[in-house]
Design a protein around this ligand. Structure first.
Ligand code: UD1
Length: 349
């Protein structure tokens, strides 16, 4: 992949930044476009430390929104890209219920704008950040890629609609090579503790919340539901270390670079193992050496009891498999949290 030129939208965010590191290490030239809505420019310096000055020289960062057609066109005129990895998008479920139009405009509108321009400038290899959310209320686990798709909220619908748009695009023009990666629950951080997840406001997701309780930013974790039909009654999910997830993108990019009949393929990126909320709490307590106070609470509307995937197709066709464990994720997330208890920008609340 030496010299491969890659456009990474949302490349300073949580999953994006963890993917930019191996891309640069593999010798790619990387251009990040990020509107900085959910990211910090400090990530650039951290990436520099991780990849060294020489590789860092192959990184360009543009503060640019995917909805900004003019700015994006200017960039595409100037730089020729071999492929695009598209992470940019809003991702808060609750907010999407309150502001559906903003989600549709930004996620779907922005993606269509981006695809139009990529097509115009001849960059037709595309990797999309999809999500396990497109399985809706899966009737069965493990979840396989051919299972029926549905969405239970506007955020999920943006992922589902973009998948459909990409399937249509692939049918309309065989030159496109598209891979949809359905992430299960991304957790952990780079083992260096230099980059990690830094959500705005009160975290919606479990691991960032547990992390903030561990550093003293929140009093206790509410466990949403303790009467599910699972090992200990709490919800069970397929937590995937973000470093493994990042490697999944490298594997997908290699496929796009080496095969010409990809069309539009979809892969689950998960471990195939379910872990409950209480198991996560226990693993984090071991990693940080502190007690995480919890209180049992009602079920969160829209939650399912258990969701985990079969990652077999990604193993067969991408040669990718998750290597890191929940213990690794908790250890690495604690290193990140203890070095950056208030995220990249320091104390702001
Ligand atoms: C959530 C989103 C999903 C999105 C994914 C991204 C919902 C309903 N779903 O999935 O669309 O793609 O994040 O990672 O928001 N929990 C607690 N206490 C908390 C937070 C969570 O007990 O404070 C529990 C939940 O009930 C669930 C588990 O932890 O059983 C994981 O929750 P979360 O991290 O929010 O992920 P998902 O619900 O799987």
């Amino acid at each position: 992949m030496d010299g491969c030129s890659v456009l990474v939208t949302g490349g300073l965010g949580f999953i994006g930044s963890h993917t930019v590191v191996p891309l640069l290490k593999q010798g790619c030239r990387v251009c990040v476009m990020d509107n900085m809505f959910n990211a910090s420019l400090k990530v650039k310096d951290r990436i520099r430390t991780l990849v060294g000055d020489e590789r860092y020289g192959n990184l360009r960062v543009e503060e640019l929104d995917i909805c900004d057609a003019e700015g994006t066109e200017r960039l595409l005129k100037e730089v020729k890209f071999d492929a695009c990895i598209h992470f940019a998008g809003y991702k808060a479920v609750g907010e999407s219920v309150a502001k559906p139009l903003s989600y549709y405009e930004n996620n779907i509108g922005g993606t269509v704008t981006l695809l139009n321009l990529l097509s115009k400038y001849g960059c037709k290899k595309f990797i999309f950040s999809s999500s396990a959310t497109v399985y809706g209320d899966a009737k069965e686990v493990p979840v396989l890629e051919h299972f029926p798709l549905s969405a239970t909220n506007p955020y999920g619908r943006t992922k589902l609609f973009i998948e459909e748009i990409l399937r249509d695009l692939s049918k309309s023009d065989p030159e496109w090579r598209i891979i949809l990666l359905r992430y299960f629950n991304p957790v952990g951080a780079h083992p260096s503790g230099l980059i990690g997840e830094d959500p705005k406001g009160i975290p919606n997701n479990l691991m960032p919340y547990v992390q903030q309780v561990a550093v003293g930013r929140r009093k206790e974790l509410s466990v949403f539901g303790s009467d599910y039909n699972t090992r200990d009654g709490t919800g069970s999910r397929d937590y995937i270390h973000v470093v493994d997830l990042a490697e999944g993108h490298i594997a997908a990019l290699k496929k796009l670079q080496s095969e010409d009949d990809v069309k539009c393929k979809v892969y689950n990126l998960g471990t195939g193992i379910g872990t409950t909320v209480l198991e996560i709490v226990k693993a984090f307590e071991l990693a940080c050496g502190k007690k995480i106070p919890t209180k049992m609470a009602d079920r969160r509307p829209g939650d399912v009891a258990e969701l985990f995937c079969s990652p077999d197709l990604a193993k067969e066709e991408l040669g990718w498999t998750a290597k890191l464990t929940i213990e690794d994720a908790c250890k690495d997330q604690w290193t990140w949290a203890s070095n950056n208890p208030y995220g990249y920008e320091g104390k702001r609340e």
